[in-house]
Design a protein around this ligand. Structure first.
Ligand code: PLP
Length: 478
C-alpha cells in the first residue's frame, strides 16, 4: 500500500541519494566532493565531516567544529569519548595479548567480562558468548534457539516471531526478524517471512476507554494469536526489544506486558529473546532493561554500550537452563573474532567504570532531569506528540497535529533532515522515523553518555529545539 511506498522512499532518499536541504552538511551532497575519496560511504553520495578527535561529551571534526554527543552515535558511547580508564585498560591489553583465536585458547578479559555480566543477570548458571556487533549477536541468538530445540528433540521448531516497528540488525537472520519494511525492502535481500505482531506502543495503540492492564493484556495476547495461527510446535523463539529503540524512539512496554509475554512463551515452549542491544548495558538505569519488567528472558543480546565504542563488542547471555542444554548437546557456531581479547578488555573496563563510579544510579538520577527538562521544553510544543524517557534514554515524537497524532505528508526524509540540522547546531542526536497512515512520523532520540551532567542535557535540548525549529517551523528545508 501507500504506507509501504512512502517508507521505502524515505529510506531510498536518505540512504542512496541524500536529501536536499539548505544546510551545510547536506549541500555538499549536491556538489562534487572537494577531496576525492576511495571510501564507499554508508550513503554513497553523502559527504561527511571528518571526525578527528573526541573527549568526554564532545567530538571534533577536521574543520575544528565541535559536536555535543547526546546520543553516543547510536546509543554506543556510554562513557563518552576517550575515557582514560578504558583507554589505559585497552592499551595494556593490546600490549599483552591482543588476540588469541578462541578455538585454541580462552583469555582473561572474556572470562572476567562474562563473570561480571552473569553477576548482573543474577543467574549463576548463566553463560555468555561474545561477538563483534549487534547483528551478529542476534544471529547467534537465533542459532542458539534453533540448536536448543534440536537438543530438546524438537527440530521442527524454526519460526522466529517478532514485532512490527522493530530493528534487530542488518544480517539476513536479524533483518528477517526485523519489522522495519523500509530497511527490509531496500536491502533487496531474500529474507525469510516470519510472523510479526504489533508492538506495545501505548501512545498510538492504547484505546481511550482501555486501562493500562487491559492494553498490556491485549497487546501481549497478539503473541498467543500468532502462536495459534502458526502452531507452537513450529515456533522457536519470540524476539523483542524491552524498550524499542530506533524504529519508534524509546518506547518501553507498559507494565504487565512482558510478564504476559513471558507466560505465553513458557506455556508454549517458546524461547524469549530480549534484544537489549540499544536499551541494555545500563542505558535505562538498570544494567539489563528487562529488569524494569519483572521477567527473565532465555537469551539476552547486548552490544553498543557494552563496548562503549572503544571496541566492536557484543554478547549473548544464555540463561542457565538454555546453557545447560547446549553444553550437553554442543553448539555449532563461531566467527573468527568470537571472544576477542582486546574487545572484551574494553568491555570489562567499561563495566568496571560503570560500577566504580556508580553510573547506574547517576543514570537514574540524571534521567529524571533529562525527562523533566524535555517536558519543560517540549510539553506544550505544537509539533511534539509524545515525550518518552527511561533512564538516560529519551525521545520526542514529532507530529503535525497533536490531536490526531498525524505525521507529515510528503516528508519522507525528515529524520535525515533533522539529523543534519542538529549537526549544523553542533549536536549529535539520533533521529528516526516510522510511517503511520502514509505519513512520516519522526522522532529524535537522546542516549547521552552516562557521564553527562545537567548542563550537557540543557545544552543538548537547547540545540535540539533549534534544529526542530529549523526543519519544521522556520524556513522549510524541502
Ligand atoms: N538490535 C537493536 C535493538 C539495534 O538498535 C541494533 C542497531 O542499531 C541492532 C540490533 C544491530 O546492531 P549492529 O548495528 O551492531 O549490527
Amino acid at each position: 500500500g501507500s504506507e509501504m511506498s512512502i517508507r521505502d522512499r524515505a529510506c531510498v532518499i536518505a540512504q542512496f541519494t541524500g536529501v536536499r536541504s539548505p544546510n551545510r552538511v547536506c549541500e555538499t551532497t549536491e556538489l562534487e566532493p572537494e577531496v576525492p575519496s576511495s571510501v564507499f560511504y554508508r550513503m554513497p553520495r553523502q559527504r561527511y565531516p571528518r571526525a578527528v578527535s573526541a573527549s568526554g561529551m564532545y567530538l571534533q571534526d577536521s574543520d575544528g567544529r565541535r559536536y555535543l554527543d547526546m546520543s553516543g552515535g547510536a546509543a554506543v558511547s556510554c562513557l563518552g569519548h576517550s575515557h582514560p580508564d578504558v583507554v589505559a585498560a585497552l592499551q595494556q591489553q593490546i600490549q599483552t595479548l591482543a588476540f588469541a583465536h578462541t578455538a585454541f585458547f580462552t583469555n582473561e578479559p572474556q572470562e572476567r567480562l562474562a563473570a561480571h555480566l552473569v553477576r548482573h543477570f543474577g543467574d549463576d548458571a548463566a553463560k555468555v558468548y561474545f561477538l563483534s556487533g549487534g547483528s551478529e549477536a542476534n544471529e547467534t541468538a537465533l542459532k542458539l534457539a534453533w540448536q536448543y530445540w534440536v537438543a530438546r528433540g524438537r527440530p521442527e521448531k524454526k519460526i522466529i516471531v517478532s514485532r512490527e516497528h522493530s530493528y534487530h540488525g542488518n544480517t539476513l537472520g536479524a533483518l528477517s526478524a526485523s519489522g522495519n519494511p523500509g530497511r527490509r525492502r531496500v536491502s533487496a535481500a531474500p529474507l525469510l517471512e516470519w510472523p510479526r505482531i504489533e508492538p506495545c506502543y501505548a501512545y498510538r495503540e492504547q484505546r481511550d476507554e482501555e486501562s493500562i492492564d487491559d492494553y498490556a493484556a491485549r497487546a501481549a495476547n497478539a503473541l498467543q494469536t500468532a502462536i495459534d495461527a502458526h502452531g507452537s510446535d513450529k515456533i522457536a523463539a519470540f524476539i523483542a526489544e524491552p524498550v524499542v529503540g530506533s524504529s519508534l524512539g524509546v518506547v518501553p512496554a507498559v507494565p504487565g506486558y512482558f510478564e504476559c509475554i513471558r507466560e505465553i512463551c513458557t506455556a508454549n515452549d517458546i524461547l524469549l529473546i530480549a534484544d537489549e542491544i540499544m536499551c541494555g548495558s545500563g542505558r535505562t538505569g538498570e544494567f539489563f532493561a528487562h529488569r524494569h519488567f519483572n521477567v527473565i528472558p532465555d537469551l539476552v543480546t547486548l552490544a553498543k554500550g557494552i563496548g562503549g565504542g572503544y571496541q566492536p563488542l557484543a554478547a549473548v547471555v544464555l540463561s542457565g537452563a538454555v546453557a545447560r542444554e547446549l553444553e550437553r548437546a554442543g553448539f555449532a557456531h563461531g566467527h573468527t573474532y568470537v571472544g576477542h581479547a582486546a574487545a572484551c578488555s574494553a568491555g570489562a573496563a567499561v563495566l568496571d567504570v560503570l560500577e566504580r563510579d556508580n553510573l547506574l544510579a547517576h543514570a537514574r538520577k540524571l534521567g529524571r532531569v533529562l525527562d523533566s527538562s524535555l517536558q519543560e521544553r517540549f510539553k506544550s510544543h505544537k509539533l511534539v506528540g509524545d515525550i518518552r524517557c527511561v533512564g538516560m534514554f529519551a525521545a520526542v515524537e514529532l507530529v503535525s497535529d497533536r490531536v490526531s497524532k498525524a505525521g507529515f505528508a510528503d516528508r519522507p526524509g525528515l529524520a535525515e533532515e533533522l539529523r543534519q540540522a542538529a549537526m549544523d547546531e553542533g549536536l549529535v542526536c539520533y533521529p528516526g522515523s516510522a510511517v503511520f497512515d502514509g505519513k512520516t512520523v519522526p522522532h529524535v532520540m537522546f542516549a547521552p553518555p552516562l557521564i553527562s551532567q545537567q548542563r550537557d542535557i540543557e545544552e543538548g535540548i537547547s540545540r535540539l529545539s533549534k534544529a526542530i525549529e529549523r526543519v519544521l517551523e522556520g524556513g522549510s528545508v524541502r
